[in-house]
Write a protein of this length. Structure first.
Length: 137
């Protein structure tokens, strides 16, 4: 089985909120697109610190993480990242970690996206192909 990758647009939630409110901002919405690794074994998503810097987002908290080898480490948590995958958007926090964007389970669930392992791609949930549906029960 190979790895699954997906194109993701990252942006700064505060910039987007200011633009939506019609407030004149000193700069445009900070955003860019990257290819991300999808890891169904990871609960949280990760964005490398240099990319968070480009978005103008700094970690404001720390969280203990455990790697696959059992090693534990405290890493920064950055709030206010908007993720756009396959025209589905969700804001989420991101661990400031690694050298590439990693999409974890929590974000996939929030966006109602599934991993098609046979074709190594991310797809909208076939039960809800047009819009993300989140269960609340």
């Amino acid at each position: 089985m190979g790895e699954t990758r997906v194109r993701v647009r990252l942006s700064n939630v505060a910039d987007e909120a200011a633009a939506a409110a019609g407030k004149p901002a000193g700069a445009a919405v900070r955003a860019f697109e990257v290819d991300a690794l999808v890891d169904t074994g990871a609960v949280r998503s990760c964005v490398p610190q240099p990319l968070l810097d480009r978005l103008g987002i700094q970690p404001t908290d720390h969280m203990m993480v455990e790697y696959a080898n059992g090693q534990k480490e405290a890493v920064g948590v950055a709030y206010g990242v908007m993720f756009d995958i396959l025209h589905r958007r969700s804001s989420d926090d991101a661990l400031a970690l690694g050298d590439e964007v990693l999409i974890g389970q929590t974000l996939l669930e929030k966006m109602d996206l599934l991993v098609d392992c046979a074709s190594r791609r991310v797809i909208p949930n076939p039960a809800h192909p047009d819009v993300a549906v989140n269960k609340l029960k």
